[in-house]
Design a protein. Structure first.
Length: 442
């Protein structure tokens, strides 16, 4: 936007967009210290179970050795197949592999490159760069999703997505939006790619062993603002916010480790390990997964402060991961603002952010005869979920704790102090006399 602080900074630092545009940043990005195994070591040390780099953003620059687009990282900038190298390192680290893609929006997103101002016409008007900036599409400069992109762009998007799926074999695929495209396409391109992705997974594994995430934001942006969202054709992604209740089907949210922005910014404030751990507990208690954004520097390295923050999260997970990995939600996802529940078989985990000052933790959902339909959860009226508690221990240390159970609550005594080395969320392992996962969860 002309006159915006970013526009003024660009002109002062690099020159007017008629002379120095987005394309001119590409040679400046060299990723000269990029080491995928070092990066994956830090990610695995954080306790991650899957890794999903961005394969292409709105900027129409593929980070793989793209067969259908010359503007890619294997041929320009770093001159490395970034996605291929990260895929191999991810598999060596023993993590599941995925990619995020944001390409569908590029056609209208990048159309501002064809604008001009008092300083002249921007470099997107130069036919030499049409393959990067797209042919001018007139008034369609929507940052949400192209209004009615032409067949040529739909075909190229489809070809590039199929190339990425076939040659890099992601276990997880993410569209930054729903199924494209609006207009004449009537979302057929998105459905074609979705079907191809699922069919390739079945060919590779003998069954569907891949997951697709799309976003449903029509309620915020208007009908089909990001494409077509249909329940159950893919899984739900909620960008940068969690759910306010337990959702019936698994979902994902993507948060940045930075409090502001998704890109490398060494001056941006980071979330603390305690904040990230509690956010993760809240998400998992509601049947979700957290995809954490960790932006690298232009050199290809992770900031040391990011590596240290990831290690802090991993430290908590090594002591308490039993309450997270492979867990299922309980019928009530939590209690008040500081308690969240997860379940594994006949064990219920209470993840507690603030220990009570009197050393008495009262869990209202764990009485022997509790009617949880009175809670704000999806339970038919009158259904009871009481269980007999057989033992309680502190997960991180194995310390056995005294408890008293009545029909309406479970009271746990101690510990009076937060265990050494445990960050923020303390986990109580509660042994029950029956499986605690709600039967109505798939």
């Amino acid at each position: 936007e002309v006159g915006h602080e970013d526009n003024l900074y660009h002109i002062e630092t690099y020159g007017h967009p008629s002379k120095f545009g987005y394309k001119d940043f590409i040679p400046m990005w060299r990723a000269e210290k990029f080491d995928p195994d070092v990066m994956l070591d830090a990610i695995a040390n954080a306790g991650a179970k899957y890794f999903c780099p961005c394969a292409v953003h709105h900027d129409n620059f593929d980070l793989w050795d793209s067969k259908h687009h010359a503007w890619n990282a294997a041929k320009m900038g770093p001159k490395q197949d970034i996605i291929g190298l990260l895929r191999d390192a991810t598999r060596r680290a023993g993590l599941r592999w995925g990619v995020t893609t944001h390409l569908a929006r590029s056609y209208s997103w990048f159309n501002v490159s064809h604008n001009s101002d008092a300083g002249g016409a921007y470099d997107g008007n130069d036919p030499a760069f049409e393959a990067f900036y797209h042919p001018s599409s007139g008034a369609d400069q929507s940052s949400w999703h192209p209004l009615n992109p032409p067949a040529a762009w739909r075909d190229q998007w489809r070809a590039r997505m199929v190339d990425l799926i076939d040659n890099y074999e992601p276990d997880l695929l993410y569209f930054d939006g729903a199924l494209p495209f609006r207009g004449d396409d009537e979302f057929q391109s998105g459905m074609d790619v979705l079907a191809h992705y699922y069919n390739r997974s079945i060919e590779r594994h003998g069954k569907l062993d891949s997951i697709m995430f799309i976003k449903d934001i029509d309620e915020f942006m208007g009908a089909h603002s990001h494409g077509l969202y249909c329940n159950n054709v893919a899984s739900l992604d909620l960008e940068h916010h969690g759910a306010n209740r337990l959702l019936y089907r698994p979902w994902q949210t993507d948060y940045s480790i930075l409090k502001y922005g998704w890109s490398y910014n060494p001056s941006a404030e980071m979330y603390s390990a305690e904040e990230m751990i509690w956010l993760m507990a809240d998400i998992v208690s509601k049947n979700g997964m957290m995809l954490l954004n960790i932006p690298p520097a232009p050199s290809g390295e992770l900031e040391q402060r990011v590596v240290e923050r990831l290690a802090e999260i991993g430290e908590w997970l090594r002591m308490n991961g039993e309450a997270i990995y492979g867990s299922r939600p309980f019928a009530a996802y939590g209690q008040d603002a500081d308690i969240r529940y997860t379940v594994q078989g006949d064990v219920l985990y209470a993840i507690v952010r603030e220990l009570p000052a009197d050393g008495k933790l009262v869990l209202r959902s764990l009485g022997s005869d509790v009617d949880l339909s009175t809670e704000d959860v999806l339970i038919p009226e009158g259904v009871r979920y009481g269980a007999t508690v057989q033992g309680v221990e502190l997960l991180a240390t194995g310390e056995t704790l005294a408890f008293e159970q009545t029909a309406s609550k479970l009271t746990i005594t101690g510990p009076s102090d937060r265990p050494a080395g445990v960050r923020d969320a303390v986990v109580f392992k509660i042994q029950c006399d029956r499986p605690m996962t709600p039967s109505w969860l798939p």
